[in-house]
Design a protein around this ligand. Sequence first.
Ligand SMILES: NC(=O)c1ccc[n+]([C@@H]2O[C@H](COP(=O)([O-])OP(=O)(O)OC[C@H]3O[C@@H](n4cnc5c(N)ncnc54)[C@H](O)[C@@H]3O)[C@@H](O)[C@H]2O)c1
Length: 467
Amino acid sequence: MRTPKTQGLSLKALCELCRKKQPTQNRCIVNFNKICVIGLGYIGLPTASTFAAQGVDVLGVDVNSSIIETLNQGEIHIHEPGLRDAVTKAVQSEKFKAALKPQEADAFIIAVPTPFHEDKYGEYNGRTYKLADMTAVIAATESILPVLRKGNLVVLESTSPPRTTIELVAPILERSGLKAGTDFFLCYSPERVLPGQIMRELIENARVIGGVTPESAQAGADLYSIFVKGQIIKTDSSTAEMVKLMENTYRDVNIAIANEFSRLADKFGVDVWEAVSIANLHPRVKILSPGPGVGGHCISVDPWFFVETAPELTPLIYQSRQVNDAQPNFVVDIVQRALGSLKGKTIAALGLAYKPDVDDLRESPAGEVAHLLQKQGARVHAGSRSSRMQTCPVFPSPLLLKMPSATQTRFCCWSNIRSLPASSPRRLPKRPKPESPLMPSTAGKKPNGRLPVLRSSGSARGSNRVS
Ligand SMILES: NC(=O)c1ccc[n+]([C@@H]2O[C@H](COP(=O)([O-])OP(=O)(O)OC[C@H]3O[C@@H](n4cnc5c(N)ncnc54)[C@H](O)[C@@H]3O)[C@@H](O)[C@H]2O)c1
């Protein structure tokens, strides 16, 4: 907070004054006694409770009143290891409170969803692409306006299309009469944590802070250095936005080539797992694991933000999205090959989330596989470990959300459940391997004793580590 002595100074003058006082530390003058975290989901809530654990007064804000009620009772509404403990402690110590609206604070962090529109598309040269839905970012930014004060820091954490911080967030905040970078600090800082390990990675991961001015980047670095032990890298806001999208797009493109290899291997009667593990013995090759597609709200969404903002420059990114989105059809094709017509068949689908051990169904290819099976007349039993799945509106036709008995089980089409009942079939059918006059067929050989089920491409196993 500013002192009466520094009240009239611009942010730049304030930072210079601060540097004169603390020449070796290069620190800004903002004291982060109170912060406001807007959006209390998988990112906002861990962030809020981690700040609270460091003694900062945190107001968590969400538009969902049942989340506010739950959190103020010291309970949580999502599953993330270590989160319940952190929130309970934060509430008991009175360092964390949840509310429906922001209040005056030293810093504001925006961590609201940035999905794509379900019913709006862009078009370029006959290619249809998805568009980012920035409604929540706009609403969250607008909610800060009445309480924004000179000397505050605002950080956007939501994954966003390039230039969102300067072209969308800054103009909204400047409706207050204050100027971004001059009267208040403004940053973009992407979140790069791995679901399932968020509480640890929040602290240990390197963090990128992109400021609209160098002083803003410094203020952001000061804020996160309250708990971040990893490296803090200061840059400009557009670079930070691009870094996040590049990371996830790189993953998507690499998973797409693995998925395409799986279709080729199927065509040629080759075991894709064996082929990948042999190819990866090459010192400069690291093929990821193929799977039923790409899920989650990051990797299957973020590449579209590049396509949307530069469709003329992104044919490879676009094509990779198409390949990964079509992979559920390949899975259903394999199931059909095994069972013939799916009409009236009972099919067990083991694991619905987009990767193991999370309760997040967003964009899960498992859901798409289930839809496609249902469309063909199959009765899908979906086995999942999370009760959240049972109320999730992702599935238009109801799935039978309990594990079927072994006798009902006809087929396992993908799994994040690692051990199947002994009586369940364990093998996906292969196309007959084209006969080779030179080699005996190896079709059906199990590589490394692994189950040849199609695993989620968002798997934390092996090298497909994603956030
Ligand atoms: N979850 C991850 O692993 C992860 C990783 C990296 C980046 N991200 C990015 O972080 C952002 C947040 O993701 P998330 O997974 O935490 O989302 P989430 O859906 O779990 O949580 C978002 C919360 O924001 C609330 N909200 C929506 N509009 C609001 C508003 N106007 N004001 C206040 N609250 C509002 C929602 O009610 C919800 O509780 C997204 O941009 C996402 O892409 C997420």
